[in-house]
Design a binder for this molecule. Structure first.
Ligand SMILES: [Zn+2]
Length: 258
């Protein structure tokens, strides 16, 4: 299967992807996590480049830390982290890109991967937002940076990829408390009691954050595919534990002469 977003498919000047666990019958893992042989990771990145017709040298990878750190990348960053984790963009969970021919990529396995696209300015962004990133409002902060660069929120398209859904995403009291303290008015929407614990709805909270940043309802698309319910199709850190690979999500603005 392929993950597609209707809102992004309307534009011919971008290519994007949100990958799955298998490709042509083989485990597909473009993340360096849990690949004993890192050549396999590079092989899968090469496949990714071929499948989506994006130059391999245009990929930019980061070392994610569940932070709210955002990097505005440019042509000098192309290829970072492609062959070695050590030279990926350090301590980073969101990329903003305002030039063509660059493909920022985030990894996830239950956390929410988000693609932003401003078709007026041709700006792109990708975000890794798990519970920590969502609590630290990395989506809001990325939109705010895009606004500073000249984007109007009402033009921005926001697509959230496969991730742990409200059906499965259990959190313990400590995490419940953090969300309940920060968003008491959203308690009913985002927290559901379950087996003396709680289930957290990151999909609704991220939608709320997008709307409160001025993104229009009609410009928000949530895949609503739960990686835990569908762990045969997607890498899931909670289901596959330390054997989990990573799903990759990226967006590429096609240069005029491509
Ligand atoms: Zn589920």
């Amino acid at each position: 299967m392929q993950v597609r977003f209707k809102l992004l498919d309307a534009f011919k000047n971008i290519r994007y992807f949100s990958t799955t666990r298998f490709y042509e019958g083989y485990v597909f893992n473009p993340g360096f996590v849990n690949h004993i042989n890192k050549n396999l990771t590079v092989n899968d990145r090469t496949k990714l480049s071929h499948i989506y017709n994006i130059p391999l040298s245009s990929f930019v990878f980061g070392n994610q830390t569940h932070s709210d750190h955002i990097t505005h990348i440019n042509a000098k960053d192309k290829g970072k982290g492609l062959y070695r984790k050590e030279d990926a963009v350090a301590n980073n969970d969101a990329f903003i890109c305002t030039e063509p021919d660059i493909c920022p990529v985030v990894f996830s396995a239950d956390c929410v991967p988000i693609i932003l696209f401003d078709p007026i300015n041709s700006y792109t962004a990708v975000i890794h937002s798990g519970w920590r990133g969502t609590l630290n409002e990395i989506l809001l902060k990325t939109i705010s940076k895009l606004n500073q660069l000249g984007s109007n929120s009402s033009d921005i398209i926001c697509c959230n990829g496969p991730s742990a859904g409200p059906c499965c995403y259990e959190v313990k009291d400590d995490v419940f408390q953090l969300f309940n303290d920060k968003y008491p008015h959203l308690h009913e929407l985002i927290l559901t009691p379950f087996n003396n614990q709680w289930k957290l709805n990151l999909w609704e909270l991220l939608k709320y954050q997008a709307l409160s940043s001025g993104i229009l309802q009609k410009n928000i698309e949530i895949s609503e595919i739960c990686t835990m319910c569908n762990s045969s199709l997607f890498h899931s850190a909670r289901i596959h534990k330390d054997k989990s690979g990573r799903n990759a999500t990226g967006i590429y603005l096609i240069p005029d002469n491509f």
